[in-house]
Design a protein around this ligand. Structure first.
Ligand code: PBG
Ligand code: ZN
Length: 321
């Protein structure tokens, strides 16, 4: 108790504060999302995400090399196809943008390549599954997910990350991969993915806003956290290698509870809306750039082992290691 105990003693100098710091952002634990758009000739800025670009296949190789030069170790690939249809068939095209980008990445870099597996970027209705009479058919969707998973694995993807929130998706993909000999391809499960307003800017980037209704019949209700633990538990039983909570900063309680309950590597996805809010406030001069570090640190402090963030590149450019 005061005056014998003085908490300020260990805050006196920067060195002392570093010495007692409990959390550190390790670049090995950062994952940079990367967008490949088959419709582009040139890199294109994403309006709602200042500083973030989508790339045509012809330019993505160079970009990936530049990321690696900056010290980025891991990427998460997203694709925008030239052709969308009801079945999202471009998603499992062996010559699709993501498939080709994976091959490029594996040829030209030593990045760990993760691929987001979903249908919303590939369907003309913008939903994450196959639609029948305006309802998303869970089990038919799984068959398509299996095909996408195989095509990503064939391209050389190290980690497949199913994000569609269909029931049984992890088990279904695991089985498909193993039956085709891809028993070394990992699965990062988007286990607790909430139906969040924070995905807005991403949907502009990949043109994937649902054409009717919303995603609330498959993505989680933000009022629930115990339900998130059930989702994670099921994904582990289905064979997930790594689990995820998404979004991150509005869901730190969920991250923290997941860390307490489960022993698998735990990822958090700091999504597009988190990036946009922070970036815009900095650009307008309302806050300074340290807010980025405060936000990123909060996710690791809550217990995440790895962080998917659009600030990963900024971090490598701006923070001394
Ligand atoms: C695809 C997918 C989404 C995100 C990752 N994978 C969008 C969505 O579910 O609408 C969001 C990423 C972000 O906002 O940064 N299902
Ligand atoms: Zn989706």
């Amino acid at each position: 108790m005061f005056p014998a105990t003085r908490m300020r003693r260990t805050r006196t100098t920067p060195r002392m504060r570093d010495l007692v710091a409990e959390t550190r952002i390790d670049p090995s634990k950062l994952i940079m999302p990367v967008f490949v758009d088959e419709n582009l000739k040139n890199m294109a800025p994403i309006n709602s995400m200042p500083g973030i670009y989508t790339y045509p296949l012809e330019m993505v190789g160079k970009y990936l090399e530049s990321l690696e030069t900056k010290g980025i170790r891991n990427i998460l690939l997203f694709g925008v196809p030239a052709h969308k249809d009801a079945m999202g068939s471009s998603a499992y095209d062996p010559n699709g943008g993501v498939q080709k980008a994976v091959k490029l990445a594996k040829e030209k870099t030593s990045l760990t390549v993760m691929t987001d597996l979903c249908l919303c970027e590939y369907t003309d209705h913008g939903h994450c599954g196959i639609v029948e009479k305006s309802v998303i058919n869970n089990d038919r969707t799984l068959d398509v997910y299996d095909r996408i998973a195989l095509s990503y694995a064939e391209s050389g993807s190290d980690v497949i990350a199913p994000s569609g929130m269909m029931d049984g998706q992890v088990g279904s993909i695991r089985k498909a991969l193993d039956q085709s000999g891809f028993n070394n391809t990992s699965i990062l499960a988007y286990s607790a993915k909430y139906s969040s307003n924070l995905f807005g800017p991403f949907r502009e980037a990949v043109k994937s806003a649902p054409g009717f209704g919303d995603r609330k019949t498959y993505q989680m209700d933000w009022r629930n956290s115990r339900e998130a633990m059930r989702e994670i538990d099921l994904d582990i039983k289905e064979g997930a290698d790594m689990i995820m909570v998404k979004p991150a900063i509005f869901y730190l309680d969920v991250i923290s509870e997941a860390r307490r309950r489960f022993d698998l590597p735990l990822a958090a996805y700091s999504v597009s809306g988190e990036y946009s809010m922070i970036k815009k406030a900095i650009l307008d001069g309302y806050m300074n750039e340290n807010i980025i570090l405060e936000g990123m640190t909060s996710v690791f402090r809550a217990g995440a082992d790895m962080l998917i963030t659009y600030f990963a590149e900024w971090f490598m450019e701006n923070v001394e290691q």
